[in-house]
Design a protein around this ligand. Structure first.
Ligand code: ZN
Length: 299
């Protein structure tokens, strides 16, 4: 008798435990199934023209590092004050139009989570420009000094501070006539010499030039080809190049605010007349500055 009642107690106890496990399972399992994924990716305005930029927001609260893989390019994302991550990709003007698949990788609890994303590059026609230059001007392009100035300027363009200083759209830095567009195919004395990586704003010598956004002066130089040159690091992967200047109004290392006077228009270096050549680089890729006058509102 005693043994039987012990068995019944044991059986009831086991059944109770089973019911408890089932109840917990039923309550917890759907919770696990419906749980927020650890990483969500949003590509803002995913249809991008050649010379445009791709703005990517990544919600990965537990991540210690996040990066965007776009073909061969690995672009680290930056964590913002609100905890969200962000990355900007520049679309070079000679990229192939069409769909581009991205992978966003996030390091979470010692694991790497990969999330796919995409954007589409739309085609665009670029103008052709034929320039006549004197033999002496043409010869400058071949000199070793020019190779060195290209190297210095490139180094400054790539020296981006991790902290993003810029906020909102990038105003055009000078008033004047847009004389050469971004992407213009250039022929000098009948020979194709390259593509225009920025915009030219033609304006009288001495016209004031203002900072397009907040940043730091990372280069101030005077060169054979580029003439008087400024590079402004806006942080977060964005740098601005201002060349052919007549006078400087800022010093290397100086922090500048959007709209602050930087310099005056000139025709120093090799130039056919007074103008500002202004270029904007996103992680080293020259993009169309006209497309940066407005950036996504969430940015
Ligand atoms: Zn130019």
């Amino acid at each position: 008798m005693r043994q039987t009642s012990q068995r019944i107690f044991l059986l009831v106890g086991l059944l109770g435990a089973l019911v408890l496990v089932l109840l917990i399972g039923l309550r917890v399992l759907p919770g696990i199934m419906a749980a927020e994924p650890a990483v969500t990716v949003r590509v803002l305005a995913p249809n991008v023209p050649l010379g445009g930029s791709v703005f990517i927001q990544i919600d990965a609260p537990d991540a210690t590092a996040v990066r965007v893989l776009d073909g061969d390019v690995v672009q680290p994302a930056r964590r913002r004050a609100d905890g969200c991550w962000e990355a900007v990709l520049g679309v070079w003007m000679e990229e192939k139009p069409g769909r581009r698949n991205l992978t966003v990788e996030a390091d979470v609890n010692g694991e790497t989570l990969a999330v796919p994303a995409m954007y589409t590059i739309s085609p665009r026609d670029f103008p052709v420009q034929r320039l006549r230059m004197s033999k002496a001007q043409d010869a400058i392009y071949e000199s070793p000094a020019v190779e060195e100035e290209y190297r210095l300027i490139r180094e400054a363009i790539n020296s981006q501070a991790a902290e993003r200083l810029w906020q909102g759209g990038f105003a055009l830095p000078a008033q004047g006539r847009l004389s050469t567009q971004y992407g213009t195919q250039r022929y000098r004395n009948g020979k194709k010499v390259g593509i225009h990586k920025g915009i030219d704003i033609a304006a009288p010598k001495g016209t004031l030039i203002y900072a397009a956004n907040d940043g730091t002066v990372v280069l101030r130089g005077d060169y054979l080809l580029h003439g008087r040159t400024l590079v402004i690091d806006h942080g977060g992967g964005v740098t601005g190049l201002y060349i052919h200047l007549s006078e400087f109004g800022v010093s290397p290392g100086q922090r500048v605010k959007a709209g602050q006077k930087l310099a005056r228009v000139g025709s120093t270096g090799v130039a056919t007349g007074p103008h500002l050549h202004y270029a904007l680089y996103v992680n080293g890729v020259a993009v169309d500055p006209l497309l940066w006058r407005e950036v996504p509102a969430e940015w």
